[in-house]
Design a protein around this ligand. Sequence first.
Ligand SMILES: [Zn+2]
Length: 331
Amino acid sequence: MGFPQITGHQVQKDFLRSSVQKNRISHAYLFSGPEGVGKKLVAIGFAKLINCTESEKENLDCECVSCTKIEKGLNPDVLVFEYPDEKTIKVDHVRQDIDRFVHLAPYENPYKVFIIDDAQRMNSNAQNAFLKTLEEPPKNSVIILITTLADMLMPTIRSRCQSVAFQRLEIGEVKSFLEKEKPEVSNTELVSRISGGSISKALNTDEDFFSKRTQYIDCLMSVDERKPLTLFDSVEKMQKNIKNGGPQELKMVFEILSTWLEDSVILKTSGEKEEIVNADLFEQLHEYSERRNLPELLDKFTALEQTMTRISENNANVEVSLENLLLRLSR
Ligand SMILES: [Zn+2]
C-alpha cells in the first residue's frame, strides 16, 4: 500500500513526502501514536517512496520492482523487526538483526530501511546498543522506530530521531475505510465508534466482540445491582475467558467496561447522545446512568483505571485484582 491508499494521516504523509522532495531524508525517525492507526503502514509506504523507481503514482499502487517486493516483504533492503513472541527486545536482537546489516550498502535500492515495531519493548541494554548505531548514522540507511509509548525510549534515542507523531483517526475516516475495504460489515457507524479511531480495532470488532460486550456489561450490571452470588459467578466467567484469551482478552474486558462507564459519565454530564460509543445500547445505558450519581460513576471509573495499572505495570495477580475490582464496582 502506497501513501495514497493509506487512510488518514495527511499531515504526516505530506511531511514525509516533502522531506523526499527536498532531499532531506533523516537517518532515523520516531513514529509515535496510538495502537492500530497505521503507523507501520506509513513506515512501509515511506520505504516505498524513497526507493521507488517510478515516482509514486497518484491513485494506484505502484508496481515497480522495488515497491512490489516491499509490498510482498521480499525486498532485501527493507526489513521489519517485530518480535511478537518476545516480552522484551534484547541487546542480541539489536546486534544480530540491526548492527550487523546497518553499515552494509543497500543491495538493490537507494536506501536500506530498518523498521522496528513496538520499539519501546527494547530493554535498557538493547536501547544502549541501539543508541550507538544512531550516534554513527550509517550512510544510505533509514531507521524507523514505531512506538505507542515514546516515553519508554531513552531521551538520547528520541533526540536523535526525527519525530513524527500520529493521532487517532477520525471516526468518519474509519467508517470510510470499512465501507471501502470491508463491505461485509453492516454496522459501520457503530464499529467505527467502538474502534476509537483505530483501524486494527475496527477490524477486530466482530461478532465475537459483540457477544463478549454483552457478557461483560451484563456482568458489570449484575454486580452493580448486588444480585446475590453473581459476583463470584461473574469473576469466574471472566477469569475463564481471560485464561483462554490471554492479555488480549483482558484488554478487551477493560476497554468494554471503561467505554461503558465513560458513556454513562457523558450521559450524566453533557447528555450528548452523539458522543457516546455504545450508541446501540442507548436505552440500557441511559437507565444505568440515571440510577447513579456522578461521584459513584467516577469512582467506578477510577477503580477500573487503577486495576488496569496494577495489572499492566505492577504485575499484580489478575484473579485477585479482578475480584477486588468487581467488589469495588458492586458498592
Ligand atoms: Zn514504485
